[in-house]
Each structure stands twice: as structure tokens, then as C-alpha cells.
Unconditional design. Structure first.
Lengths: 326, 326
């Protein structure tokens, strides 16, 4: 049995609008057990008419949320009864629990999971989403660490490798995000890290990737500092959003919703990483996954499924193993 | 009379396929004089049947090009007869010449223009394209400097201000590219620069901009180190390219070229910055503009028009003035 904690609070949507995703996951996966953090009465009322195996779901009553308006460190210290802190503490204290998922505040999840679950060795935990549509890859780091040292960036590559291995990818291809694909391109950090990655025979390092090829290159792990990674990630999101809006406006203004509707839907389906699951906090002692703040019940379902798979494939053990080669 | 040098070599397309853009500019602007660098016979043959005022265009015969395959510093030293070096030298030696445009190798233009024309004071020259479709803004730096100090980043803001002023923008709004819009977000460099920009009453600093809002925010100047700027720029290009290809494939596979053709064309027209002109090398002693390597004659036309306007509006003097406030 894989046991996971699901935090339903702190996101844009209400816990009662998200719990259906947890129920669907329970119905879909036989050896899954969920601890769901949220307001008990409200949640029970929402699911009372649904069919599910109630011996594999347990509601952890929480009535307080940490939101994006809370300062992460302060919230961690002052909101011990919040769903985030209660959920992470439960995961910490129960060895059988393999992971934690939430659509709450990224900053609060980063801070609280690091404090409560602890780091693997001295690694800097990094946030890593799966991107790419046709060639999925993980981006490590997408925003947890704005300034990193070269050894920390090197660790991101190793953790990214473990992450993609836990997805079943053999010998994942690793690239460095840079301002040009040729060797020698990059800022000082990238140029130094390039040498380390190139010399490491455990890593399948294929060189630099630039922004232009990020979504098309055949690569499994893209390594970068959290500042650059965040810019790349959000620029993809922003550009896709602007184009989608342009197309939608065009379709409306030209009475072409019938013709353009399907392509817009397929476009969103292929490239919207928000519907694809969450970002994993690589480097803490348990699997922690963060979904999009605007997530809906389908998001919760996708998150839980993804976390289940990663837990089953021993992500944390794989990360520990990869980092041991230091 | 505004005199400019146009380098037609070193790009993907042949000089003879580009010269039409220079002729169109001459025909369009009465007080424009062009020195066109390229193979004389070939160019004269190409334009022999065209109508234009041949007293305002002069061909500088060049038979050697610097390409993307040349190492910029080596090329500068070993190819004195290339169109790039001859054109820049001409611009340097003739006080009447106000600027230089080329679609050649970015690295070679950066290096050669800095060596030949010299820097304004001690500023680090930065490459700045105009982006944004509906809300055009300049991005400074998009790739000339991978590692910058905070005072250099501060200078980029001042040069960007001068640049947008030369486009007629009053009191341009300036933002820092960061991993979040709130004050306090950013890497150490951005956080430090934030303070300097906020305290400078000469600058209309509006705070941070993140990748997600880059194409939609009402801002005139986006300031960043050349590494992050390059990632943002190329990620926009890559994302738009992937979506455009997706739409094109969809249209072809579903026999919908008739329905989707016009929207694809309008999309490209609105967001493809390659057709909109070039990137300016801010910080060298004369106006230097770099167009897209795949540029066609329309690109040359747009570049020349843009350079003409900037020269007419005293870009270089404005930059010197803004930097004086140090």
C-alpha cells in the first residue's frame, strides 16, 4: 500500500471542490491510501453520495490554511494547525507515508517541507516541474533557489536524473540551460558547471540548451539556477497565454469558434503543463509535490497519480543514491 | 541628411537578395543617404533596372564576409576587408555617418563595434531588441553580457530609458526582469539593483516584471543581465515557434489552411519581432543595429527606417546624457 498525504487547502479553489480528485484516485488505484487534509464536515458532506473504499481514505480535520498572502517563514512558525503543517508533520512522523501533495503556496511548501522533512544531506532542495508537451523533460530548478553555487547546480543535475529514472526513463539526457547551445556559452556559473557535468561519467550530459529549443530538444533533464529557470518557465506560460488569447479573440471576432475551438483545446491539452501534474521538491527527505494554485479536482487526481508512481518507483532512494556519488 | 552604413553580408541571405530593402528606404525617406557594403558588381546588376536616387546611395565594394562560423575576436583581427569591418571603420572615420546596420553575426558585431567605435565612457555595451507585440518594450540586455555587476545593470536601465525616449516615449516605464513581481524577489543582483533604481528620481521605475507578464505588462524598458535576457527572448521565440508549428500542422492535417491561414498570418505579424526591426547595441559611440540573421529585404528596409528614426532623434546623445547622471 502506498500512503500519501493530500493537502486540499491554501489553493484558489475550495477543498470541497478538490476532493473529488482524491476519490477518483482511490477508485483508480487499488494499493493507494490517502490522508486528506481539510475541513472534515465540509469534505464528508461533499463525498457522502460517492462510491469509494472508505477504508483507504482518512480525513485529517484542518480548518486553517496557509495562503499566498502569508509570509512562508512566519506562517510556518505561527500556523501549526494549518493543513500544510499538519499534513507535513503527519508525513514526517509516519514512516509508512511516502509523500505529500498540495496546491497551496509554493513558498510555504518550500520552507515548511524543508524545515519539517529535512534535506537529503546538504543538498539545496529544488523545485522541478515536468514541461515540454511532445518531449517531456524536468526543469531543475524552476524557482526555489535564486542564487546557487556550481556544486549546487551540479546536484540539481543528479537529482533530475533520479527524478526521470523514477519515471522509468533510462539514462536520462541532461542539458544545461544557457544563452547558446555551443560549449563555452553561458555565464560563469554555467561554464563551470558544464565542465563538471561533462567529466561525470555517471551522467548522460548532452551539452547546453537555449530557450529557443527548450520545447523541442530531445532532452530529459534541464538544469538551471532557480532564477533563470523561473524566467524560462513563466516566459513559456506567458507567451502561450498571449497567443492563446490572441487566437481566442480572433475566433470570437470572426465567428470562428466552431473552427478554432478544437485546435485551441488540443493546443491546451498538449502544452498546458498545469494539467499535467505538479512540480516536485527534489532534495527533501520525502516526496513533496506542488500543483498549480488554480488547480481543480482533475489536478488533484493527476498529482496523486504522479506522486503514487514516483513513490512506487522509489524516487527518494534514487535521489539519495545519485547524490552519494559526490 | 542622415547618413547610415548598411552591411549586406554575413547573413543567411545573399547581398543581392537584401539590397532591395535599402533601395526602398532611399525611395521612402528623402533625407537618407546610404553606404551599402557588399559585392559591387553583383549589387549594381541587381538594382540596374530599379528607380531610385543614385546620388543618395553609394556601394562600398566588399567581397569578404564575417559569418556565424567565424570566431568574433579572430575575425575582427584577421578580416579587415570584410563588409563588417570596412563598414564600421567607415562609420568611425566619417563624422557625418550616424549609424550602422547589419544582419551579420551578433558576436562579431558586438566585438567589432566595441573595438572600432569605442564605448561611451566605461559602460558595458548591451544588446537591446524591441519586443512585445501589443505593448512594445525594449529588453536590455538580451545577450551581450552574461555576467554583469549591479552598476552595469543600473546603466542598462539608463540606456534603455534613452532608447525609448529616442522613439518618442516620454518618461519610459522601467522594470527589472525577476522571478516574481513583488519587491524582494530576485537573485542578489536584481535585489541590489532594485534599490538603486527605486532611489533614482530620474528613472520611472515600476518594479519587477516576471516572465509570465513580460508580453502583457505596460512597460517600456525591461532590464536584465544578458544571460537571463537571452533566455527570456529565446524562450518567447521558441514557444511561439512551437505553437505556430502546432497550428500549422493542425491546419494541414485537417484541411483547414483556408480557415487558419489568416489567423496564423496575423499572429506572426503581431508577435514576430524579427520583422519589426533590429536590436540596438546600446553603449557604443555610434548607433549600431543588428537584424535577424535570416532577414530578408523587408528586414533591411525596417532596420534602416528604425536606425534613421533613432539617429534623427539623437539616440547617442540621449544615452550620453542619461549616463552622465552617474
Amino acid at each position: 500500500m502506498i500512503k500519501l498525504v493530500v493537502d486540499l487547502m491554501g489553493a484558489d479553489n475550495k477543498p470541497k471542490d478538490l476532493i473529488k480528485g482524491a476519490i477518483d484516485a482511490i477508485n483508480d488505484i487499488d494499493d493507494l491510501y490517502l490522508y486528506v487534509c481539510g475541513p472534515e464536515d465540509e469534505l464528508l458532506n461533499e463525498i457522502k453520495d460517492l462510491n469509494y473504499d472508505n477504508k483507504r481514505i482518512e480525513i485529517v480535520n484542518c480548518n486553517e490554511a496557509i495562503t499566498n498572502y502569508d509570509k512562508p517563514v512566519k506562517a510556518f512558525k505561527t500556523k501549526p494547525n494549518s493543513s500544510l503543517i499538519k499534513g507535513l508533520t503527519l508525513a514526517k512522523e509516519n514512516d509508512e507515508i511516502k509523500g505529500f501533495v498540495s496546491c497551496g503556496s509554493t513558498g510555504a511548501i518550500l520552507v515548511s517541507s524543508t524545515f519539517i522533512l529535512g534535506r537529503i544531506g546538504k543538498v539545496r532542495p529544488a523545485l522541478s516541474p515536468i514541461l515540454g508537451g511532445l518531449h517531456p523533460f524536468c526543469l531543475v530548478d524552476c524557482g526555489a533557489n535564486s542564487d546557487v553555487r556550481v556544486d549546487e547546480l551540479y546536484d540539481f543535475a543528479k537529482m533530475g536524473k533520479a527524478y526521470m529514472e523514477a519515471y522509468g526513463k533510462e539514462n536520462p539526457k541532461i542539458a544545461l540551460l544557457s544563452n547558446g547551445s555551443e560549449e563555452g556559452k553561458g555565464n560563469d556559473l554555467v561554464k563551470e558547471c558544464y565542465k563538471l557535468l561533462k567529466e561525470d561519467s555517471n551522467l548522460n550530459f548532452i551539452g547546453n540548451v537555449e530557450g529557443k529549443n527548450l520545447l523541442t530538444l530531445d532532452v530529459d533533464v534541464v538544469v538551471c539556477d532557480g532564477f533563470s529557470g523561473n524566467i524560462a518557465l513563466k516566459t513559456i506560460e506567458g507567451t502561450a497565454g498571449v497567443i492563446a488569447k490572441f487566437l481566442l479573440d480572433y475566433a470570437k471576432n470572426n465567428n470562428m469558434m466552431k473552427e478554432l475551438g478544437p485546435v485551441l483545446y488540443e493546443l491546451k491539452n498538449t502544452y498546458d503543463y498545469n494539467t499535467k501534474g505538479g512540480a516536485v521538491m527534489l532534495g527533501v527527505n520525502k516526496l513533496v509535490m506542488k500543483g498549480h494554485g488554480a488547480g481543480v479536482s482533475e489536478t488533484i487526481y493527476a498529482l496523486v497519480k504522479q506522486a503514487y508512481q514516483l513513490a512506487k518507483n522509489n524516487l527518494i532512494e534514487k535521489i539519495k543514491e545519485n547524490l552519494k556519488n559526490d
